[in-house]
Design a binder for this molecule. Structure first.
Ligand code: FES
Length: 59
């Protein structure tokens, strides 16, 4: 597996950027990540992956 994969193909948002933004701004929802980075706002197919990242960081 790539170290820094693209999580959201629609908007080309990589995993490290999502992690950084969740941490910096203390985001707790997929919706908030969408507002910040547009990740998850296209086809929606990556929303589960974004949720998993949120769960890992915030659990
Ligand atoms: S892959 Fe993220 S919204 Fe489509």
């Amino acid at each position: 597996m790539e170290e820094n994969p693209i999580v959201c193909d629609c908007n080309e948002v990589c995993k490290s950027l999502i992690i950084e933004r969740i941490t910096d701004k203390k985001l707790t929802t997929v919706y908030q990540v969408g507002i910040e980075l547009k990740a998850g706002t296209g086809c929606g197919g990556c929303q589960t992956d974004i949720q998993n990242i949120l769960d890992e960081l915030n659990n």
